[in-house]
Design a protein around this ligand. Sequence first.
Ligand code: NDP
Ligand code: 8X3
Length: 248
Amino acid sequence: MTRTAFVTGATSGIGEATVRALVASGWRCVATGRRAERLDALVEELGADKVHPAVFDVREEAAMNVAIAALPGEFADIDLLVNNAGLAQGLKPAQDADLADWQTMIDTNVTAMVRLTRKLLPGLIERKGAIIAIGSVAGSYVYPGGNVYAGSKAFANHFTLALRADLHGTGVRVTSIEPGMVETEFTLVRTGSQEASDDLYRGSDPMTGEDIARTIRWIAELPPHLNINRIELMPVSQDFAGFRVARD
Ligand code: NDP
Ligand code: 8X3
């Protein structure tokens, strides 16, 4: 039987690659994001029987409700929720940060994720489905300027592990994927500059959206008795060292 995934943030990067990977393995996908033209292109490429575009801002609860209620019958029973939509914005030292940037990250990376998860949980339990969330290494290893982004990803990592505990005995599988540097539009969104984005990735052979999508698909297709609780990935060029000492 064809299984259905609900992938947030499918207009670029990890989410878009995940939709492609899952459809290639025979899944149907609800693909979400604000940029309708990108979702339309995915439908065009992969087929309307395989991809249902759900255009909404994840921060808007009413729009989320409408999108869920409007799922066509064959896309309505969700077997896998991929909590992926998210962003970093600003990333200035806390003392210089813009509160609006902080609120945007909290609304998107935290509030929207918990809301959507809560709304889809009854169906996921009924179908003994799975939840895979994209947290970040930033939730475990902080860096200067990471402040609220890192906090939101620590929340994502831990909320996902907490779901695993709450869903014990239901048959629902839950995984927290915590990537390091992945070359996507994420850095362009964060900095607003293509040059800064290119600079970050230059010469570092970063991970790609496809690397993470392959991992998501692998986890989604494991036998039902097996749960990957959490998984942390980095490009070989990146590590987690960096304790600094300020001197007189
Ligand atoms: P991209 O910028 O390529 O993709 C982000 C996706 O999130 C887009 O599809 C975007 O859709 C969606 N999104 C953002 N805000 C909203 C919103 N308000 N409403 C609806 N959709 C929204 O970045 P990535 O693929 O890299 O990011 C995916 C996830 O991976 C994020 O949660 C990020 O924190 C995490 N991550 C990324 C890392 C990296 O190095 N790239 C490392 C670790 C974690 P649209 O703009 O069309 O609405
Ligand atoms: C570090 C991962 O999420 O802070 O490369 O960009 S994140």
